[in-house]
Design a binder for this molecule. Structure first.
Ligand code: NAP
Length: 306
């Protein structure tokens, strides 16, 4: 009997996965019944996959997510049920770091205001934009110095900016200043870039105190998860001029973020598309395929979480 593969969220190149088994389109019809015998579920990392939904599929042995972040999945329950989880680390790192750089530059240099000024024809009447802060020599605090954090640091160094970081553990080999907590990092930095995982351990890590420490000349860039930032505190600081600007790829409520945030003039918004390049998404889909193929063939998983 061909393997059953529950599709929880549609991922790229599903047709390739169909070569490995029968796709059970739970994402389309919401009917869990065909998936009751399935051992594999594929998902995209954004749609929540909690205990109750996992338990709709009693024979699951593998959850393969096409994402690095696993905060949407109840990992404790997967462990308890003996379900392996694979993700897609590494292959999107450079593209997400590019998005962080793009958002930092756009927020600091007023790209959206400048774009609107030119496109609207108001330039002639209104004259130039106000002068903007420079990137060269800027202190860039990176919250999370893993794969993406390090790729962001390399880009900032190439610009002549100075990266520093906070993570759970110091990495002396990197030769960058380490800060013991996020407030100290934000206090030092002019730009704070968030690159930690989402989930319970980092919820609200970018607190009102961190935003206050970043200050009125500061820019917050978030390519991690919306949950990491106290969004109400961010809105208040941006609105009251206590923070210069923000560049955001991720939000608390996706895909319909709070209008109080999206309506502000000093934010640059991107629709959780940090990994949204053909190259990255092809590589992510390929990793999902290779993990599912390995599982079905009884071989070791390529990128297991544990
Ligand atoms: P990674 O290599 O695992 O790096 C994560 C970093 O965060 C590590 O430096 C880790 O510190 C640090 N960290 C974890 N928990 C922390 C905490 N409680 N306090 C402080 N630092 C903490 O992961 P990655 O590949 O760089 O990806 C990072 C995250 O980016 C993903 O989890 C995902 O949420 C997000 N992401 C977003 C997009 C997008 O499209 N916007 C795409 C891909 C990934 P230690 O080194 O000390 O453990």
């Amino acid at each position: 009997m061909p393997a059953g593969i529950v599709v929880h969220h549609p991922i790229r190149h599903l047709e390739r996965l169909a070569g490995l088994g029968t796709l059970l389109r739970y994402d389309l019809d919401g009917d869990p019944a065909p998936g009751r015998e399935a051992e594999v579920l594929v998902t995209g990392g954004e749609r929540p996959l909690g205990r109750a939904e996992l338990d709709l599929f009693p024979r699951l042995r593998l959850v393969a997510t096409m994402s690095v972040g696993t905060d949407a999945i109840d990992l404790d329950h997967c462990r308890a049920r003996g379900i392996a989880v694979t993700n897609t680390p590494g292959v999107l790192t450079e593209d997400v770091a590019d998005a962080a750089l793009m958002l930092a530059l756009a927020a600091r240099r007023g790209l959206i205001a400048g774009h609107d000024l030119v496109r609207s024809g108001r330039w002639a009447a209104e004259g130039p934009l106000p002068l903007m802060p420079t990137m060269t020599g800027a202190r860039v605090g990176i919250l999370g110095m893993g794969r993406i954090g390090q790729a962001i640091a390399r880009r900032m160094q190439a610009l002549g900016a100075e990266p520093g970081y906070h993570a759970r553990s110091e990495r002396p080999g990197l030769g960058m200043p380490f800060f013991a907590d996020p407030v100290a990092l934000a206090d030092w930095a002019e730009i704070l870039v968030v690159a930690v995982p989402g989930g319970g351990q980092t919820r609200g890590l970018v607190s009102a105190a961190v935003i206050a420490a970043l200050g009125p000349e500061g820019t917050l860039v978030n390519v991690a998860r919306g949950s990491v930032v106290d969004e109400a505190a961010l809105v208040a600081a941006l609105r009251e001029g206590r923070l210069h600007s923000a560049g955001l790829d991720v939000f608390l409520n996706e895909p319909a973020p709070d209008a109080a945030l999206t309506g502000l003039p000093n934010v640059v918004l991107y629709p959780h598309h940090g990994s949204g390049t053909v190259r990255a998404r092809d590589a992510m889909a390929d990793l999902v395929f290779r993990n599912v193929a390995a599982f079905l063939a009884g071989r070791p998983l390529v990128t297991p979480l544990w």
